[in-house]
Ligand binder design. Structure first.
Ligand SMILES: [Zn+2]
Length: 498
């Protein structure tokens, strides 16, 4: 991006003749193809859109026509995706990416938080190249992973810097990350024509980083799952920020015209290409490989469960999940949070076991059984709403809202306050919702039923996918439609219209 007048071979060239040379020089083209938040979508997507075999087919098609293509990924390769990738400890998606041939991949929070350095090193082995990340630190304060690399493409040298959304521990904060990117970009800019940051971070912080690091030309962003139809141009620096949605549904393409002498980007045009199965060529070999891996690791993934006449949103899926949990465990009550456990809708069409896994299988894989009194359950729902502004979905009792004497609204349930009920929920809801609510209640000395005792829970064999498969299979056999049952559950949850 910078006009570098003092490069050695230009030292004796006057400014006037330099500008003349620059004007005459042909511009070089660079096409950046980019993905982010693939989240283990290695299979063909539902509803005729998405999946890594289509990303692969598209990239191969583009590369067949030109040799100036750079392929980057902004992280969150793993989790929240297909059952087969889950069964490979998330390694399979990196293997698919190795087959596709990426030039730079960074680390997302989903690729790091649960597995740490050991996991990232495992992923690097499968990918066949180091993952790029400048802001995760070793104990001595130096970068834990490779911060950057330079790639040559179409006669241009491109410096690629990786960054993750700032973490709480052993990671630079937003400002320090921006300064580190600035220093690295300055260093790379001595050799590279174009500097790209491939970062698992949304547009807002990319804008901040651009102000701190004006030598960066392009930010390939992620994390916020935004489908930016056109690049965001940063005021003041002119840097472009791009992001291509999530779940391998689109591939971003950013076409750059670069003046190789001044290293300025003279034109940039960005768009998103939907991975539609009727318009994008599929990589048949990758499709066959995914199917073979599935046959080997989880043949049940492709088994038909039920036909779904209309998309079901995450809240409806969570209600079905709560009911499915309750039935599978034989408990009186079930819980299932929309945002913590459910990560995907149930799409219209024929649903297989993999579709259930995509909806909540990964987060809902581990479950716990516990006993709570009616008063404690009511307190949980109210505390969740008050402390986190959240709700969970439930099955086995009714709830209605009423004005809270302390202000706002509170819920009351039809449960017997003194009776103990057997309850099932995902371990993640137990640990990150229930326990947190209890801890805060106790910590803030609010008193009430949740402050009164220690809570314990026991792991169970019930899984979200297994419970839903059994429950929806019963529905299919009895001829009840899925949306009708979801509506019935909503009515059963509530004593009044919701
Ligand atoms: Zn993500």
């Amino acid at each position: 991006m910078k006009l570098r007048l003092f490069r050695s071979y230009f030292v004796f060239v006057s400014l006037v003749s330099l500008v003349a040379v620059a004007a005459q020089a042909a511009t070089a083209r660079l096409l950046i193809l980019h993905t982010n938040d693939l989240h283990d979508h290695v299979r063909s997507g539902y509803n005729g859109v998405g999946g890594l075999p289509y990303v692969s087919g598209y990239v191969a098609q583009v590369r067949a026509g030109r040799d100036d293509v750079l392929l980057l990924d902004a992280g969150d390769v793993t989790e929240k995706g297909d059952l087969v990738a889950f069964r490979t400890n998330y390694e399979m998606t990196y293997e698919a990416m190795r087959r596709i041939g990426y030039d730079g991949v960074t680390i997302g929070n989903h690729d790091y938080d649960d597995v740490g350095e050991e996991g990232v090193r495992r992923y690097e082995k499968v990918l066949g190249q180091p993952l790029l990340c400048i802001n995760i630190l070793k104990a001595d304060g130096t970068p834990q992973f490779l911060p950057s690399r330079i790639v040559e493409r179409g006669g241009l040298k491109i410096g690629i810097i990786g960054a993750i959304v700032p973490r709480k521990e052993r990671c630079l904060d937003v400002e320090a990350t921006g300064r580190a990117i600035a220093a690295e970009a300055e260093r790379l800019d001595r050799e590279a024509h174009v500097v790209v940051v491939v970062c698992h971070e949304g547009v807002k912080n990319c804008e901040r980083w651009s102000q701190l690091a004006p030598a960066v030309d392009v930010f390939v962003s992620g994390h916020t799952h935004q489908a930016l139809a056109r690049p965001v141009v940063v005021a003041g620096t002119g840097a472009r920020i791009v992001q291509a949605g999530s779940y391998a549904r689109t591939v971003g393409r950013l076409e750059l015209q670069v003046d190789p002498v001044t290293e300025e980007i003279v034109a940039a045009q960005g768009e998103l290409v939907p991975m539609r199965h009727d318009t994008v060529p599929v990589d048949e070999a990758m499709l066959a490989w995914v199917r073979a891996r599935e046959q080997e690791l989880c043949p049940e993934a492709g088994e038909f469960v039920i036909h779904n006449p209309a998309d079901l949103d995450g809240f409806a899926v969570a209600r079905l999940g709560a009911e499915a949990y309750r039935r599978a465990a034989g408990t009186e009550l079930g819980f299932c949070t929309r945002f913590q456990v459910i990560r995907e809708i149930l799409p219209a069409g024929d649903l297989d076991v993999n579709a259930l896994f995509l909806a909540g299988g990964q987060r809902g894989h581990e479950t716990v059984r516990t006993e709570l009194t009616g008063a404690e359950i009511t307190a949980y729902l109210n505390a969740l709403a008050r402390q986190n502004g959240e709700r969970t979905e439930w099955a086995g009792f009714r709830v209605r809202g009423e004005p809270d004497p302390a202000g706002g609204e509170r819920v009351v349930t039809d449960l017997d306050p003194a009776r103990r009920y057997r309850v099932l929920m995902a371990r993640i809801e137990w640990e990150t919702r229930f326990q947190r609510v209890v801890a805060r209640t106790v910590e803030k000395k609010l008193g009430g039923p949740l402050a009164a005792r220690e809570f314990t829970a026991t792991p169970t064999e019930v899984t979200f996918t297994g419970a839903m498969r059994a429950y929806l299979g019963e529905l299919a056999a009895s001829g009840v439609s899925l949306p009708a049952r979801a509506a019935e559950l909503a009515a059963r949850q509530s004593a009044e219209a919701r």
